[in-house]
Design a protein around this ligand. Structure first.
Ligand code: SF4
Ligand code: SF4
Length: 449
């Protein structure tokens, strides 16, 4: 007998260790002395007292202890069967690739800053995009999350086409199949929001996410075309959201400056009263392949923020996904919708791609909304992305985060190492730190409820 290859041992405190099953996402806490006795049992096959026998029987029944490799293989096989076939759960509609800002850390700056002839979506492309989504949803009528996200550049530079898109959705609902559970969202820099636009967002049920880095120094990288700070302007627009009672979430980029100012950031988030928040780790770009220390510091900040904000019912999205997976023992297979090929990115000229990171060079954008025969389930780019999950990647099989990390950002892995099937190593640092915190946090909750 031995521990399953999926069991990882964490030191929790003084004489307590955690056995964590990376495939099943389960944790057992043992005294150090019990762990030593179990090691002795593996060597001698003898158990000296009944209490330890109970523990060993429990660990065998729950796959922590196995007799041979075959038991591990069988368990892995069963888990793999739980991976659902791809389904388009998010569609980015890039209504324009123009932007009125010139943010210094923009990871699609090539697409946004290079002049082009088809940078603004037309009504005809929007109409075809709705038809594509209608065909897609109709083919896959099993339950799964569905979101349509209006994106740019700055999407409010082409709000007329967003309106047109939503009217087209309304027409489609009356004429044929359109699922009732589709959610709508828009990610904007906020600078062009008006009362009328906020009313339209409410009318169409489009959730508003504003990219805003919370305090003046941290937000300083979000400059307009003339290099001027947009801090005050966006702040006024957030005040307008409050005035018109339109809920909004904040998308906050964890720059090095922001991490140095964490004492100011948390009170300021509370002051702004968003409905949810999402922290973005910097994505590597030409100027900056961030170092290990950055990802450690950013993760420490995210954990600290999560621990504070959960007390008032405000949950940060990225950590929450792992908390959900950990607390429900539910595999978190993909950390973004592109992984596994579950996403459309539709460009202003109607090209269909998988990941918006590739707006820069149009890699994996080989289909079009005008091709009525397009079916992502058989298209070669989507087939290539389909297996991009740690559960199907050999490099991840011995990792403690196997079922919980979702594999990070395939685009970043490609950018850094030349293939989406390489590891997003910056994300591994983040995932491992979060898992260690989750295990210790669980122990704290059990012992000090
Ligand atoms: S692969 Fe990376 S850049 Fe692309 S959608 Fe996923 S998280 Fe975003
Ligand atoms: S992507 Fe990294 S953290 Fe996630 S399972 Fe693989 S090696 Fe572990």
């Amino acid at each position: 007998m031995r521990y399953s290859k999926y069991v990882h041992i964490f030191h929790v405190e003084n004489d307590v260790v955690a056995l964590y099953h990376a495939l099943l996402i389960r944790t057992v806490f043992l005294k150090q002395s019990e762990a030593q006795q179990i090691d002795a049992y593996f060597k001698t096959n003898r158990v000296d007292h009944d209490a330890l026998l109970d523990v060993i029987q429990y660990l065998c029944a729950n796959y922590y202890i196995v007799a041979n490799d075959e038991e591990d293989r069988e368990l892995y096989g069963k888990c793999i069967e739980l991976i659902s076939p791809p389904a388009i759960s998010n569609a980015y509609i890039v209504v324009t690739e123009n932007c009125n800002f010139n943010c210094k850390y923009c990871f699609i700056s090539n697409a946004v800053q290079t002049p082009g002839v088809t940078k603004v979506m037309t009504e005809e492309v929007a109409r075809q995009a709705v038809r594509l989504l209608q065909r897609t949803y109709e083919r896959q009528q099993t339950p799964y999350d569905k979101t349509i996200t209006f994106y740019g550049g700055e999407p409010l530079l082409n709000f007329d086409v967003i309106r047109f898109f939503m009217e087209e959705v309304e027409r489609t609902k009356k004429q044929g199949y359109w699922p009732s559970d589709v959610k709508y969202a828009m990610i904007t820099n906020g600078s062009l929001l008006t009362k009328e636009i906020l009313e339209s967002l409410q009318k169409y049920g489009i959730a508003l996410s504003i990219s805003y880095d919370v305090d003046k120094e941290s937000h300083a990288q979000r400059v307009d075309k003339n290099g001027n700070s947009s801090y005050e302007l966006v702040r006024q627009k957030i005040a307008l959201c409050h005035e018109t009672e339109v809920p909004f979430s904040l998308s906050i980029t964890l720059s090095e400056t922001l991490l140095k100012r964490k004492g100011e950031i948390l009170p300021e988030i509370l002051n702004l009263s968003p409905s949810t928040i999402a922290f973005n780790l910097l994505i590597p770009n030409k100027q900056d392949l961030q170092n290990k220390r950055y990802y450690e510091d950013a993760t420490d900040f995210m954990i600290e923020a999560f621990s504070h904000l959960r007390e008032i019912g405000l949950y940060e999205d990225r950590i929450m996904r792992k908390v959900h997976s950990f607390s429900k023992s539910k595999m978190h297979i993909y950390d973004c919708c592109a992984s596994g090929g579950n996403q459309y990115v539709i460009t202003p000229d109607g090209k269909i791609g998988i990941c918006h990171g590739y707006l820069n060079n149009r890699k994996y954008f080989s289909s079009s909304v005008f091709d009525e025969g397009f079916d992502f389930r058989t298209q070669e780019d989507y087939l290539y992305w389909k297996k991009r999950t740690p559960l199907l990647m050999e490099q991840c099989h011995d990792c403690e985060c196997l079922s919980i990390c979702g594999g990070g950002c395939p685009y970043a892995a490609d950018y850094m190492y030349g293939s989406i099937y390489e590891l997003d190593t910056r994300f591994c640092i983040h995932a491992k730190k979060v898992l260690e915190w989750l295990i210790k946090d669980l122990y704290g909750q059990i012992t000090n409820p």
